[in-house]
Design a protein. Structure first.
Length: 118
């Protein structure tokens, strides 16, 4: 029984994987759902939201688009969210330590996004 509890406590819930100086994610429920979907990947350690950028003065809203961008030297990724005229970059910290495995995770996450947005 104690072993089962210990195993459960080491698996981070998707909500616990989102952190940083702020947790605001563009796109409302759809944006948060997309980020939670990505956070469920077994090799995603943490997702850190970054600055929200607004381009021009148009009506907010529209389709939410997500794309995972190329890995850095340590295999960490970036998620680019676009919602109408707003965009946001989120850092995805992974458990892998190299570019090759980072590219593999990037392809897996982009496949997940494609399956759930179509």
């Amino acid at each position: 029984m104690k072993e089962d509890i210990r195993q459960c406590s080491t698996v981070a819930q998707p909500r616990n994987k989102i952190g940083g100086s702020h947790t605001t994610i563009i796109g409302g429920r759809h944006g948060k759902k997309l980020v939670q979907l990505i956070s469920q990947h077994k090799e995603v350690k943490k997702i850190v939201p970054s600055v929200i950028t607004v381009r021009g003065k148009s009506n907010p809203g529209g389709l939410i688009i997500g794309k995972v961008l190329r890995p850095d030297d340590r295999g960490n990724l970036r998620l680019l969210l676009s919602h109408g005229t707003s965009s946001q970059e989120l850092r995805i910290v992974t458990t892998v330590g190299d570019v090759q495995n980072g590219e593999r995770i990037m392809n897996e996450l982009n496949q997940i996004i494609t399956e759930h947005t179509n």
